[in-house]
Design a protein around this ligand. Sequence first.
Ligand code: AMP
Length: 282
Amino acid sequence: MKVFKTKKELKMYLSEFRSENATFGFVPTMGALHRGHLSLLHASSKNNDLTIASIFVNPTQFNKREDLDNYPRTLKHDLMLLEKNLCDVVFIPSTDEIYTNGVSSQHFDFDGLENEMEGKYREGHFNGVGTIVKKLFEIVLPTNAYFGEKDFQQLQIIRKLVKKSTLKVNVISCATHRETNGLAMSSRNSRLTSEERDAASIIFQILCAVKNKIGKIPLKAIDQWVSEQFEKHPLFKLEYFTIANEETLKKISEISPQKNYRAFIAVYAREVRLIDTISLNS
Ligand code: AMP
């Protein structure tokens, strides 16, 4: 496995493979890798000649300084996991290498996708995501890029980013990997106490219960039921729960059989923020 810290060296290395028409699978990450990330790598290595991962904790997508400072960083362990999991090339740039003209975001118009859910609670988050993904795509020029459904809004935003640009990348979604208790794997889970980790199974249990209730009781009653589950919970605070159209990400007031819907949830355990989602179509 090759490890590069600079754009120049990475591009030079990749250009040899590009001239032989090799396909590039790309898995961008912020590190602190877990089995969710590894499933993306496996999907890439199955379908591409070369699998490239990046590890970069992108400052412009954090709206809170303490969240950026507390983000887990486990580079040595990550490199070991990547090597063992079929990664061919890793890009680990510094902030200066990426943000050569200062740490700031480009402003994007994602046709309103950026204003829903995460966009409401994390100001500027998706401009930061768009900025880093665009920069990385322009460096790597991947054939296929792999993203997790856990961050479904991010996935739709990246699809929109590609659609509105001249980039020729296939954006491929991968199913959410979960702990045995149903908790969606996340780098942030390492900041939970073991009691919180066990109890966090409630998040996916609630999403599954919502899927079961949909079409049987009014949407407003589902919203109310979800709020009640957290009102009385000693460890978790609900930030938002929304049932939205998968394409527009807008909250819906009624179900129509031709459209795809998802439930989305964001919950705090102390200052640790967890998100999850479930498809409501079978
Ligand atoms: P991150 O390092 O959190 O920026 O995530 C890098 C990529 O891994 C993103 O495309 C995430 O959606 C994806 N990812 C994170 N957690 C999971 C998971 N539990 N299952 C599948 N993909 C995931």
